[in-house]
Design a protein around this ligand. Sequence first.
Ligand code: ATP
Length: 270
Amino acid sequence: MLEVEGLGIRFGGNHAVQNVTANIKPGKITAIIGPNGAGKSTFFNLISGFYQPTTGRIRFQGQDITRLPTHDVVARGIARTFQTTTIYKELTVLENAMIGHRVRTRAGLWDALLKTGREKRDGGGSRDGGMAALERVGLAPQANLLAGALTQEGQKRVGIAMALSSDPKLLLLDEPAAGMNPEETVNLMALIRELVVGGLTVALVEHKMSLVMGLADEILVMHHGQKIAEGTPAQVSRDPAVIEAYLGSHAHGGQMGEAGASENAEASHA
Ligand SMILES: Nc1ncnc2c1ncn2[C@@H]1O[C@H](COP(=O)(O)OP(=O)(O)OP(=O)(O)O)[C@@H](O)[C@H]1O
């Protein structure tokens, strides 16, 4: 579904992402893991058009999207959430979801300001699209509450609904379980699985190994900006280069080698 080839970006002398070649397969959950500073978020920023790569190419469903601006990437079917919750707490849950939908509609900022006919037509569409997204994340009953009044888990779901309301084919989740307790993490995993069963492809960056090992079909491991391994959870957790990267980076290294022991372990932020 998504192919990156020789992808790289440099900030001054720092190769944040370097020569990464990888595939994200349709209908699967791909986790991108690696120690702090490995380049995972930068990789997401490249795929989603937030950063322009210094080298390499990105193809989505066979089409080159390497230099497309973010709104064009979203329009092609890639949406993302962010590491920190970026919802509008003073707006309702539905209004938040509608913001995501607008990216797909033709009514831009000027139309919205001038209240043109197209804006009036698209307004209804945004509402329907927003509600459909809320249904998918189980928040339809809370549509008219202020987003800030929801629990941490609820606010995460709002963030996911915002991304879903642009009706993406590929959803990128940046540390979806950050700040969540174990019960909320399990709920989130169930939601992600449901979305994939419904036809979505998911790629996520996550430090919580319980989530990664329990959810991912494929794992891509980054270290110092480079891809050092890829495969199933069982394959990467046995990979010597991966174990070495984690051992070298964490006081409590070794979780990668012990799938059972990793249940509630955080592979990072140790
Ligand atoms: N906009 C930027 N300008 C300069 N350097 C950056 C920028 N974004 C990221 N970097 C650098 O790129 C490297 C990779 O950072 P990145 O945030 O992608 O890592 P990460 O794997 O997501 O880390 P973490 O797990 O801590 O979130 C780091 O050295 C970081 O300082």
